[in-house]
Design a protein around this ligand. Structure first.
Ligand code: LRH
Ligand code: MN
Length: 393
């Protein structure tokens, strides 16, 4: 289906069938806010059980075949065995996420820390994550740095950028031929004055400086209120520097709520730019990941709902009549052009998706299928004892 053809139902279904959404291991485990992490029944106790839950989401949705890991939250002795476990369950290990934001040594920064010993330790962790990618067969290393300062004068803003660039360069040099590093930005939190990678421009500039294996990640919860995220998507796609999304949604800050729950129209506008940029198909190389925390809601149904929300926004974006849109834009027909987009957005795509799932041999309603499956009752009993997994904050 190209940009000029009017969308066909079969074309839309074909694109949706090929969609790939990666779920995050940490969303299956306990998470919360600085005020409280509320444990839930049936929560996984180790990476093996997190992967089993991710496999359940894939079994019911058909479009979530990979699970992202977070190190050390998903540390194991044998990553090849973990990868085999995933394969046996019909999924694969995906993006490896580094963690240089919890160790006490990183209070004043990790790779940007004034202390070279701490910088070395942080960079070594990033390199260890690449070793893990070699063992799991993962393509992507995702780098998010909580690094920043809380008070003016606390540290030299420019010197911290030099330190960051040096660490990133070392990691970029270590990557194998088919491996990438994905640099994530975030406006603030946990730092409240400067953040060393605060916005897409900073991430983009570092990735340009690094080279072809460095791409930008857009976490949809990491922007100042009112930021036009789809502009950033269009810009980075055009520049060939968009590597991935961390999908979630928010009403205020980095709320990490279910993607599409707070602002489904924004998710549609983002997916419209993806479809317009012919970047939905897996070969385009964009990793569509969820990065969420289900603090009060049951975790597996929340992730299934999130996958469905991405599918719905994508189906609507695929229904945009590109030819009519281009014609109206060309003619300066402001209302006409807007109407083309709103017609697609206001289309109820749920029947089409239910039909597609049936054609894929899946239950048209994955959430109801999960409730009927008895999976929750089983894991609740199996995992009644032992230490539940969490993010150890
Ligand atoms: C930081 C972030 C990052 C992850 C973490 C779990 O806010 O978005 O992507 O490492 O959440
Ligand atoms: Mn993220």
């Amino acid at each position: 289906m190209t940009q000029t053809d009017a969308p066909t139902e079969e074309g839309v279904k074909q694109a949706l069938r090929a969609q790939r959404i990666e779920t995050p291991s940490w969303a299956y485990a306990n998470s919360g806010t600085r005020f409280r992490v509320f444990p839930q029944e049936g929560v996984p106790r180790n990476p093996y059980e997190k992967i089993a839950d991710a496999a359940t989401v894939h079994r019911l949705t058909g479009v979530a075949p990979t699970v992202a890991l977070h190190i050390p939250w998903d540390q194991v002795d044998d990553y090849a065995a973990l990868a085999k476990h995933a394969t046996d369950l019909g999924v694969a290990l995906g993006t490896i996420n580094s963690n240089v934001f919890q160790d006490p040594d990183y209070m004043l920064g990790s790779v940007t820390n004034p202390d070279p010993r701490v910088r070395r330790k942080a960079t070594d962790h990033l390199l260890t994550c690449v070793d893990i990618m070699d063992a799991t067969g993962s393509r992507d290393l995702k780098l998010w740095f909580s690094d920043g300062t809380n008070y003016p004068g606390q540290d030299d803003i420019r010197a911290r950028q030099d330190r960051l660039a040096a660490a990133l360069r070392e990691v970029h040099g270590r990557l194998g031929p088919n491996q990438r590093m994905l640099l994530e930005y975030k406006l603030f939190e946990p730092a409240f004055y400067t953040t060393d990678v605060p916005d897409w421009g900073t991430a983009y500039a570092h990735c340009l400086e690094l080279g072809p294996k460095a791409q930008v990640v857009i976490d949809t919860g990491h922007h100042a209120p009112g930021t036009n995220i789809e502009f950033i998507v269009a810009f980075l796609l055009r520049a060939g520097k968009l590597g991935a999304f961390d999908f979630n949604s928010r009403f205020y800050a980095d709320d990490d709520l279910m993607v599409g729950s707070a602002d489904p129209f924004q998710l549609f506008r983002i997916m419209h730019e993806i479809v317009r940029g012919d970047a939905l198909r897996p070969e385009a190389g964009i990793a569509f990941m969820l990065d969420q925390c289900h603090n009060i809601e049951p975790k597996i149904p929340a992730i299934i709902r999130s996958v469905l929300n991405v599918q719905e926004a994508t189906a609507k974006a695929l229904l945009v009549d590109a030819a009519a849109l281009a014609a109206a834009q060309q003619a300066g027909d402001v209302l006409g052009a807007n109407a083309v987009l709103m017609d697609a957005y206001n289309t109820d795509v749920r029947p089409l998706l239910a039909e597609l799932r049936a054609e894929m041999g899946l239950d048209p309603d994955p959430i109801a299928a999960y409730a009927r499956s008895g999976y929750f009752e089983r894991i609740r009993a199996e995992r009644a004892d032992g230490q539940q997994a969490g993010w150890g904050a």
